[in-house]
Write a protein that binds this ligand. Structure first.
Ligand SMILES: [Zn+2]
Length: 203
């Protein structure tokens, strides 16, 4: 969607050429606002390129409509591309599909716009509405000694919550849980709840 090319205008010409269009085709396709040799120079040298006496200059506004037709885009896009190629504005983030989308959005009702906002939020591209925190992510699976390196405490017993105060938990491990530092621990039926409480405190 985002074209990082610093020369979107020239890139478009090269794409058309690569797709089999000749420079004469481009001359005809742009309603003859630019000559075939001009299109050739754009592809070959780019903006301001070529011999000093025949530098490739920026197309004037009256040519934009024809060029837009050739490029299959809008006049505004052509202007943005010219600004990027000839004046280095970096306005290349404005791609045809972006402006089409923006144009379509001006036609929408307030209800439809609200729906779009909700879809965007659902897809995670915008922050959650105020006051709604995401659910905690718990990583729990059935315990197996194979989840741990050989000889680790977790291969033998519940290690979650068996700290300095309470000492080793006597219960049989039932679950393997992942701690916030990404390490795995075994937990018994009681201590899996301690784990859940621990994760919820982050929220
Ligand atoms: Zn335990």
């Amino acid at each position: 969607m985002v074209n990082k090319s610093p020369e979107p205008f020239r890139a478009r010409v090269q794409t058309l050429k690569a797709a089999g269009m000749s420079y004469v085709d481009m001359y005809l396709g742009c309603e003859r606002v630019r000559s075939d040799s001009w299109w050739n120079s754009v592809a070959l040298h780019g903006a301001w390129g070529g011999p000093k006496s025949a530098r490739v200059g920026p197309p004037a506004p009256e040519t934009w409509e024809g060029i837009a037709k050739l490029f299959g885009t809008s006049k505004d896009d052509v202007a943005a591309m010219i600004a990027a190629d000839w004046y280095g504005t970096g306005a290349t983030d404005v791609q045809p599909e972006d402006s089409r989308r923006a144009g379509a959005m001006t036609q929408l009702s307030d209800d439809d716009l609200a729906l779009l906002d909700r879809i965007a939020a659902r897809l995670g591209s915008t922050p959650q509405p105020e006051g709604r925190t995401p659910m905690a992510v718990l990583e729990i699976k059935k315990w197996s000694p194979r989840n741990y390196s050989e000889g680790a405490e977790s291969t033998k017993r519940c290690t979650w919550g068996s700290g300095k105060v309470s000492g080793a938990c006597p219960e049989t491990p039932v679950y393997t849980v992942r701690a916030r530092d990404d390490s795995r621990w075994s937990a018994c039926r009681t201590h899996v709840v301690t784990y859940i409480d621990d994760r919820l405190e982050e929220h």
